[in-house]
Design a protein around this ligand. Structure first.
Ligand SMILES: [Zn+2]
Length: 397
């Protein structure tokens, strides 16, 4: 395994973005004795490209080579690898959102340092060791070296669309569910004396971090909602608590990623629960791409509803104190989708996705669906009829 021990550092940029980033590259002695050290800067094709062109100036010490990532797919990774493997390339800086996973992956392949300057907070990928890239029609989540530094640049983060913060909330809402499934696996293994499929053993610290990442954001959303009830100030940039939610959302997104890279081998186990399985199934079945956290948020409503209905001695209704209402109300307040229609997905796709999620889970690790099929009394059959009835009952279709 090529997983180097990398503890991702978070550095907040105080004033001059480029000067402070270069100062850190110097502290790390990135240039070494290379005569023309080059930093490959990967951005998306639209806003992040514009942002880079506006703020980035030529520098005397480092040469910057701009690479535009149209799609995070394997051919982009290959082109990036070709550029980044040159001897004068000393580091790769990704500016943007999910697309720069292609750059993180390329940096990992060529064994060079990756630096992350996130411009939006729609999911918990920031400091994670995972890179999601597309190969043909399928998405792959690959273990890579986590970023060396994540730069926090508040002026750009404050512009993050409210829809993206709501999507991050949707992404985080699955964490208690994920950690409860992880623990459930331990209980069932103990009960049966059989080794259940999963390569990473339960880790209480990583679980607590991931559950708290949701709770921290929840607490600010609750405060925002209280202000809304009194003053009708909606969830937007204009909200007085906007800077606070950006801070908390950034920290939560970073800590979840760090929790994933604290495990050996790296694992998204505490971050990716049954709602993620359903959202990955939706990605495969839906005719157009969805915002990851929006799919997870809607499917969290489904999976917390399953917990509520089928709760028993092992499958707890409120994992780590988080129940269905704790998830639904903030999603509604933030104007996130809370059913299939708002998500823009038809009922048949939702039904197919639930059935497919249970199949995906079989290949992955022990989860709510495995429990319901094998250990629940009576055991349940997760077929299209089950999916339709349960989605209806959860108010999603
Ligand atoms: Zn996620």
């Amino acid at each position: 395994m090529l997983e180097e021990e990398v503890e991702t550092k978070v550095v907040e940029i105080k004033e001059d973005l480029q000067k402070e980033i270069i100062g850190l590259f110097d502290q790390l002695d990135l240039a070494k004795s290379i005569s023309s050290p080059t930093i490959v800067v990967a951005t998306g094709p639209t806003e992040t490209k514009k942002f880079y062109e506006e703020v980035w100036k030529p520098d005397t010490k480092y040469k910057f080579e701009h690479f535009i990532v149209e799609r995070a797919d394997s051919s982009t990774v290959n082109r990036l690898v070709e550029i980044c493997q040159k001897d004068d390339v000393v580091g790769i800086l990704g500016i943007g959102g999910g697309k720069i996973d292609a750059a993180k992956y390329a940096a990992h392949i060529v064994h060079k340092s990756f630096f992350d300057l996130p411009t939006n907070l729609s999911s918990d990928w920031l400091a994670s060791p995972k890179s999601v890239v597309k190969d043909g029609a399928e998405f792959f989540s690959i273990n890579t070296t986590p970023p060396k530094i994540v730069f926090k640049y508040k002026p750009i983060l404050l512009r993050c669309p409210p829809r993206h913060i709501a999507a991050l909330y949707g992404d985080l809402s699955d964490k208690p569910n994920a950690c409860a499934d992880w623990l459930l696996r331990v209980f069932m293994e103990y009960k049966t004396g059989e080794k259940l499929k999963d390569e990473v053993y339960f880790d209480e610290v990583a679980s607590t971090i991931c559950v708290n990442a949701l709770k921290d954001v929840s607490n600010v959303v609750k405060k925002m909602q209280k202000i809304y009830d009194e003053t009708q100030i909606i969830f937007s940039h204009a909200h007085t608590l906007w800077p606070e939610i950006i801070d908390v959302a950034f920290n939560s997104a970073v800590t979840v990623g760090k929790a994933m890279s604290s495990l050996t081998p790296y694992s998204s186990r505490p971050a990716s629960g049954p709602a993620h399985l359903c959202a990955h199934a939706l990605d495969a079945k839906a005719p157009r791409p969805l915002i990851h956290g929006e799919g997870v948020g809607v499917m969290s409503i489904f999976t917390y509803n399953l917990r509520k209905k089928y709760a028993d001695d092992y499958l707890v209704e409120k994992p780590f104190g988080v129940g269905l209402e704790d998830i639904v109300l903030p999603l509604r307040y933030m104007r996130a989708p809370t059913d299939a229609k708002e998500l823009g997905v038809d009922d048949i796709t939702m039904i197919d996705s639930v059935v497919y999620a249970a199949e995906l889970g079989e290949k992955r690790w022990f989860n709510t669906f495995s429990y319901l099929k094998e250990f629940h009394k009576p055991p349940l059959i997760i077929d299209r009829r089950f999916a339709k009835d349960e989605l209806k009952e959860a108010g999603l279709i």
